[in-house]
Ligand binder design. Structure first.
Ligand code: MG
Length: 330
């Protein structure tokens, strides 16, 4: 990639946020409840059921934006990206009411990001430890690591290897999630987003992600992530899955590898972005995170024009997202 494709970068971020906003009202609902409320296709448009407001983003998008702010700061200053993103996550922790030694960036001053939208408890407790000068010590493989690392792909320099993207995304996830499935899933996801910025094939993005995973992690560590991806590919071969089959085959998306698998399956089997994001949010599991991941993948592939206008029009913090996306181009 020699030219930065700003349309696909914007598409990735905006579509991820839209998937988050679409799924948020049903994050804690089982499929029968979603079906009863919204009909056989489930939720297909924003609703303020759940009380966050129409088009409201959640912690998934908030943390994605803080990841991006940290990475841009590292790039602009030539400083360590992990240290800068750690500082950015402490800023996010401050927005959620956490006590931090100091604030670093600009995003933390935006009051809209101080909304508490069911933030992941693992992220909160890990950041509490980091704020106290310790490191996170947990065995969590929650999806709070993978759901925030798309910006690693978006800010990667053309000469950077996929393996470097994998490693950095994994390190950022590992700041808060110490189980291998919590951070290896993040590495694979970032590599896939990067592939989709330049190719149109989700299949080949899965192949590249699996290859880098095998090259970078030992078998014991990678087994769950690898199996989850294979299950996603297998399920997608049968066409659009019923929500019950999503859960039965891929889990509820609460863990990193399961959320990745649901997003990958949805991206593989859907005819377009809107349908892919719809499939990704309609199941009994962690709908906003899986919607956000599928949105990132398909937005990177298809660009902004593929994101439904009505999703963009009422998307919370759209201006903030657009502003950060613009900075990626320099
Ligand atoms: Mg969320």
């Amino acid at each position: 990639m020699t030219v930065i494709d700003t349309d696909r970068i914007r598409g990735c971020l905006l579509s991820g946020a839209a998937g988050d906003a679409l799924g948020a009202p049903v994050e804690f609902d089982a499929w029968p409840t979603i079906e009863r409320t919204f009909g056989p296709r489930g939720i297909t448009d924003y609703t303020d059921r759940g009380g966050f407001g129409l088009g409201a983003i959640t912690d998934d998008t908030q943390m994605t934006l803080f990841t991006l702010e940290g990475l841009l700061r590292a790039r602009d200053r030539g400083t360590d990206p992990v240290a800068e993103v750690r500082a950015a996550y402490l800023d996010w922790f401050a927005t959620q009411g956490g006590a931090v030694p100091h604030r670093t960036g600009d995003l933390v001053t935006d009051e809209r990001l101080h909304a508490r939208r069911a933030p992941g408890l693992t992220c909160l407790s890990a950041l509490e430890a980091i704020a106290a000068g310790k490191t996170a010590a947990n065995d969590s493989k929650g999806c709070g690591g993978v759901m925030r690392v798309a910006p690693v792909a978006l800010t990667a320099a053309p000469e950077e290897s996929d393996r470097a993207v994998f490693t950095l995304a994994g390190e950022l996830a590992r700041l808060t999630h110490c189980h291998p499935s919590g951070w290896l899933s993040a590495g694979v996801f970032a590599v896939m987003v990067r592939c989709l910025l330049t190719t149109a094939s989700v299949e080949s993005a899965v192949d590249v992600g699996l290859t880098v995973l095998r090259e970078s992690a030992d078998e014991h560590d990678r087994v769950e992530t690898e199996q989850a991806l294979r299950a996603a590919v297998a399920l997608a071969r049968h066409g659009i899955p019923h929500p019950d089959d999503v859960e039965r085959n891929l889990g509820g998306g609460w863990t990193g590898e399961s959320a990745l698998a649901i997003a990958v399956c949805a991206a593989l089997c859907a005819p377009d972005l809107r349908e892919g994001v719809r499939i990704a949010v309609n199941h009994s599991g962690d709908s906003d995170s899986t919607g956000s991941l599928a949105g990132n993948l398909l937005g990177a592939r298809d660009g902004v024009a593929a994101v439904p206008t009505e999703w963009l029009d009422s998307l919370e913090c759209r201006d903030l997202i657009e502003g950060l996306a613009k900075r990626i181009g320099g």
